[in-house]
Write a new protein. Structure first.
Lengths: 253, 596
């Protein structure tokens, strides 16, 4: 099974980041890390590839930097990576991102595409569905368990508010996985060494057939307003009624 | 206990700017190593230690190792599975030789992995640390056959190692040991005797334990000249490398200790029945030579424990200081109490921790780098310079580092107030764990003596003199960078240190040097710390110009170095009197009179 996993390199959430004063985009440091939520997708892919003697290709759109985040996923065991890094993609919206990813995936060939549910830094949560649409394959979302059915189809347990649905589709298909779907493996020292010499193809927009058009600009960035002081309700025996009224007013009951 | 956040930026900063990792990675023996790869290794090691090892720290303390009547020692299941994961990922093998399955990385990278392991769980870290010592001993002194049998499995972590020196009457004075080794016709020896305080001497985390035991052969000369080193495996090893019969070495009991509860401290008895089978390493009576091979490495690692506990305690205290509200800081709004971090005294405690931690880390990583040069330098000159520097820094890393470990973890408790004294927060455990480090692997008293009697006279005093010259050489750059308070305090610290060094060198009565040793070693540590902080400040200062997103980080480095220079370095002055006082004053009162 040829598996493509969409993974994002993001600025390390543990270190403060800066915004470019003109464009208001995040200044991407040279060192970026693999988005933690993507480790789950990589792990699922590795397990399925191991079961089917398949291959795992990482697909990413981001400024390459020193490729640290990509190497982290390669160290877990993925076979190769394709990264689309093009200055003209700076500040892309989710649809452009999806076009780029779909183009790269198409170019590589695939049976299964795996993505996270939403990224840690952008968290629009829509890129994977857009990718599925562009690739013209079904999308199975919110998988809390992924397995292969007898006939080679992919079966998932889709997390719902009430429990889970069992959903299945023949390949080719796209699956988004939730955090916690599996326990991602820790790279071994050997894996880290091997990652150094695994192939990483760097592509531009033209290679994936996308001509970016900037559709969004950030006009201003305002700091989060300070939390306002809470209102104290003194209980004179009827305090509960006031609280119920307040909760109704903010529409939580 | 709060989560452990591996201080990767600090570690990388030291490797890049203070230690010169790039120069080490450029050595021919490290062709497979470069900075990016080393940093990736550290990133992944950090994630692993934080996620998989750190969560075992508290359960390891609460449950601890358990000794059973049949001599078995068992560890909490969390520790057992953490060990399995640790070795499966290959973290045991970072700097071990490649021909036996190691990764052949520099000690200066290995120390980063070891720091994070130690900080995550100090008691656990002792097992890999002692295994590393056993690997070094066999690598340098074992026969080809012994290397073939033991090295690969010790490096993979399938088996673990121990160092068995101490006996009831032989602690600091290793030469007093009496364990016997009788040669047999088949070339092996039978070992009989009792060792105490043997760390990880019995456990259930791995299949075999390779004890490296110091003992005396019949007719051996007294003292350290008559000591030989033996391999005594818990299970004998068959010719094909598989595990054979149980050897006659048994764990009689384990100690109940202040801390490191997950590290079994064993009384081992050899030869209660048939005699324990031992295999000589190197020649008879050459055991101390092998010990010296490992000592630099082992002592640095114990020093690292001081750093590790201090770092963990600092992280915990910093978090607490931001959450705990108490009192009102000057200028704070009237209606609310302030987080205690806003009180100057709490801030000073935190800064004291932070500054000392950074100073210690730099000294220890420089010590590790010196070990790399000593072993992998391209010519004799490089190797000798590295060896001499490592020899000079080792007693400081061990002595100054572990004393600070105890002091800083105590400050960590203080920041917590009453909550620091109750076990719940975990800061008490860190302090309890820290307390052993000044004792084992040569007490800090012995480290100070090593510094004044062995290290200062090296090469006619040239080694220490050239280290001092290096400190002097920062004067110009510090002035040029406008880092005046650092420049002035460092020069003043160096002046008193030189004065005390000259005084010690000038005394005819060895007892005077011995009397001065501990305050002098402390003073040396403080000034050396100032040197590394100054180096860091210079690097940060020049990086500030080109910083991209990291300006806050570099600015904090400069400020922390200034704090160290202005508030910690001056302590060196206060130690001058004690470092230059003859021994008479210490012996002026007879022991009976000491009772009062
Ligand atoms: C040159 C360049 C500069 C950029 N600069 C910025 C910037 O300054 N600020 C900023 O916020 N963003 C920047 N981006 C990222 C881009 O804008 C986002 O990827 C996109 O807008 C939507 O992502 P999301 O995180 O909301 O996706 P979501 O839909 O929340 O992500 C869900 C899943 O989709 C997959 N996925 C999403 N995005 C990617 C991707 N890029 N590569 C691989 N898999 C992905 C992952 O599996 C992820 O778990 C930049 C990208 C490039 C190429
Ligand atoms: C938890 C734990 C784990 C240990 N693990 C190991 C292990 O794995 N293997 C092993 O072999 N040993 C181990 N030890 C033993 C440890 O190395 C010794 O305890 C240590 O070397 C000190 O020896 P001692 O306890 O006999 O103290 P002593 O030597 O009796 O020292 C008592 C005091 O006298 C001072 N002193 C002694 N001699 C001198 C001198 N000549 N000049 C000045 N001061 C002196 C010391 O500094 C100390 O303050 C361990 C000990 C503990 C507690």
């Amino acid at each position: 099974m040829r598996i493509a996993v969409c993974v994002k390199q993001i600025p390390d959430p543990a270190t403060p980041y800066e915004l470019d004063p003109d464009s208001h985009y995040v200044v991407r440091p040279n060192d970026q890390v693999l988005d933690d939520t993507d480790r789950y997708g990589v792990e699922v892919a590795l397990q399925l590839a191991e079961a089917t003697e398949g291959s795992v290709t990482l697909v990413s759109m981001s400024p390459s930097g020193n490729l640290q985040g990509i190497r982290q996923a390669l160290a877990m065991g993925a076979d190769k990576a394709v990264i689309v890094d093009d200055e003209s993609l700076r500040g892309s919206d989710s649809l452009t991102t999806a076009k780029v990813l779909a183009g790269a995936i198409q170019r590589e060939g695939f049976d299964l595409v795996i993505a996270g549910t939403e990224s840690t830094d952008g968290y629009t949560g829509v890129v994977p569905q857009q990718v599925a649409e562009l690739l013209d394959v079904p999308s199975l979302s919110f998988a809390k368990k992924v397995e292969l059915a007898e006939d080679g189809a992919v079966r998932i347990e889709r997390q719902t508010a009430a429990g889970y649905d069992v959903v299945q589709s023949a390949v080719p298909v796209l699956v988004t996985v939730t955090s916690g779907v599996v326990e991602p493996r820790y790279p071994t020292f050997k894996g880290i060494m091997q990652a150094k010499s695994k192939p990483v193809d760097t592509l531009g927009c033209g290679d994936v057939g996308v001509s970016p058009t900037t559709t969004q600009t950030i006009q201003a960035v305002e700091p989060v307003p300070a939390r306002e002081a809470g209102e104290i309700v003194e209980d004179d025996g009827e305090g509960y009624a006031k609280i119920v009224a307040m909760l109704e007013q903010v529409k939580v009951i | 206990m709060t989560d452990y956040r591996p201080p990767l930026r600090d570690i990388k900063f030291v490797l890049e700017h203070v230690v010169g990792l790039d120069d080490i990675a450029a050595l021919p023996d490290f062709e497979h190593v470069d900075r990016d790869l080393s940093f990736t290794v550290l990133d992944e090691a950090g994630r692993f230690m934080a996620d998989r090892i750190a969560p075992t720290n508290q359960v390891g303390d609460a449950e601890g190792a358990i000794h059973h009547d049949d001599g078995r020692v068992t560890l909490p299941k969390e520790i057992r599975s953490a060990y399995q994961e640790y070795v499966a990922a290959g973290w045991n093998a970072v700097k071990a030789p490649m021909e036996y399955g190691g990764h052949g990385f520099p000690t200066s990278v290995g120390i980063g992995v070891m720091e994070m392991l130690t900080t995550a769980n100090m008691a656990f870290s002792l097992c890999p640390m002692l295994t590393a010592s056993a690997i070094l001993a066999l690598q340098h002194h074992g026969t080809e056959e012994q290397k073939a049998i033991y090295l690969e499995k010790l490096i993979s972590g399938e088996w673990t190692g121990t160092m068995d020196l101490t006996e009831p009457q032989a602690g600091s004075d290793v030469g007093a040991l009496t364990t016997k080794a009788e040669p047999q016709d088949d070339g092996t020896y039978r070992i009989t005797g009792t060792k105490i305080f043997i760390t990880w001497g019995e456990h259930d985390v791995a299949d075999n334990i390779i004890h490296l035991v110091l003992a005396r052969t019949p007719g051996a000369p007294p003292g350290t000249k008559g000591i030989s080193l033996f391999i005594v495996p818990k299970y004998l090893v068959n010719a094909d490398g598989s595990i054979g019969e149980r050897n006659d070495v048994n764990c009689v009991s384990i100690e109940h200790k202040i801390g490191i509860h997950a590290s079994p401290t064993c009384v081992l008895s050899y030869g209660d029945n048939a005699g324990a089978v031992g295999y000589l390493v190197g020649a008879e009576n050459q055991g101390m030579r092998a010990m010296f091979t490992m000592m630099n490495d082992a002592r640095l690692h114990v020093g690292l424990e001081g750093l590790g506990v201090a770092e963990r305690s600092y992280q915990q205290a910093l978090e607490y200081a931001q959450e705990r509200r108490q009192g009102r800081a000057i200028g704070a709004p009237k209606t609310e109490s302030s987080p205690i971090i806003d009180h100057p005294d709490v801030r000073r405690m935190l800064m004291t921790m932070k500054a000392n931690i950074e100073a210690m880390r730099a000294l220890m990583y420089d010590n590790a780098a010196a070990l790399d040069w000593a072993e992998h330098g391209v010519d004799d000159e490089q190797r000798q310079r590295g060896a001499a520097r490592a020899a000079l820094l080792t007693p400081l890393a061990k002595g100054w580092g572990t004393d600070l470990g105890v002091e800083l973890t105590s400050i960590g408790i203080q920041i917590h107030g009453g909550m620091g004294y109750v076990e719940e927060t975990g800061s008490a455990q860190i302090w309890r764990d820290s307390r052993i480090a000044p004792i084992y692997e040569g007490t800090n008293g012995i480290q100070a003596i090593d510094l004044v009697l062995r290290k200062l006279p090296m090469d006619g005093g040239k080694v220490v003199a050239s280290y001092f010259d290096e400190i002097d050489a920062l004067d110009g750059p510090l002035g040029a960078a406008g880092l005046d308070s650092i420049r002035e305090r460092l020069a003043a610290g160096l002046a008193v240190l030189r004065k005390a060094t000259d005084w010690i060198g000038s005394r005819d009565d060895v007892n005077d040097a011995l009397a001065a040793a501990t305050p002098y070693a402390r003073m040396f540590g403080i000034v050396a710390g100032g040197y590394y902080m100054a180096k860091a400040a210079l690097a940060a200062h020049s990086a500030l110009g080109s910083a991209n997103g990291d300006a806050g980080f570099y600015a904090a480095k400069v400020t922390t170095a200034q704090f160290y220079a202005e508030q910690i370095l001056p302590q060196a002055d206060g130690l001058l009197a004690a470092s230059t006082a003859p021994s008479d004053s210490l012996f002026a009162i007879e022991p009976e009179a000491l009772r009062g």
